[in-house]
Design a binder for this molecule. Structure first.
Ligand code: ZN
Length: 198
């Protein structure tokens, strides 16, 4: 019998457009007041390098749905002594949009011709090794624009501010309409979601 691996992935939400940078501390307090975020688990200030971890708040299930059949329910009463497997994080805003991908990420599709950039991973290595400009070129039509213009199908994404549900299987949790409505009301931005496996 195969051993069962612990959940290893994240659901991420980011505001749009990609350079949107809502006030993270204000958002933290508002999401705690709404009951999405619970107790703060890590002490660091919300800045561009250190995400803050939170327990799942009492209204967590009003905003996030579990879709799997073998669900380990998050413990909303966890104290700050340990970071539980399922928790939330809030990070940013970073100076530039950050890129998030995982083992589940598929080649993105060109927004002009629809062809997939099968060499996207090599192009990303080139970003990181050179000027860090996240440009992707389409081999089929020569479209050459930042990666956030490409279609990633919820399997990767960019953001300067990231709200995440941690330590879940990709696809195991889904954001509910109430979460998008609240994020739009609180920040003035539409938010989008994607999930990645570690
Ligand atoms: Zn193209």
């Amino acid at each position: 019998m195969m051993p069962i691996s612990p959940p290893s992935g994240r659901l991420l939400l980011a505001p749009q457009p990609v350079d949107a940078a809502p006030n993270c501390q204000k958002l933290q307090f508002e999401l705690q007041a709404l009951g999405l975020l619970g107790t703060q688990l890590t002490r660091s200030a919300c800045d561009d390098t250190q995400p803050i971890a939170f327990t799942c708040g009492e209204q967590f299930f009003h905003f996030i749905a579990f879709t799997g059949c073998a669900v380990q329910l998050p413990n909303t009463s966890t104290t700050a002594a340990t970071v539980p497997p399922c928790h939330l994080q809030l990070a940013g805003p970073t100076t530039h949009p950050r890129f998030f991908s995982g083992f589940n990420t598929r080649p993105p599709r060109c927004p002009v011709c629809g062809k997939a950039a099968i060499d996207w991973q090599q192009q990303i290595i080139n970003w990181l090794e050179n000027d860090n400009k996240p440009l992707l070129r389409c081999a089929a039509c020569d479209y050459y624009q930042p990666g956030w213009q490409w279609q990633w199908g919820h399997h990767a994404g960019f953001g300067r501010v990231i709200l995440s549900v941690e330590a879940i299987f990709p696809g195991e949790v889904m954001p509910l309409p109430a979460l998008f409505m609240q994020l739009k009301t609180l920040t003035g931005y539409q938010w989008h979601w994607f999930s990645v496996s570690n």
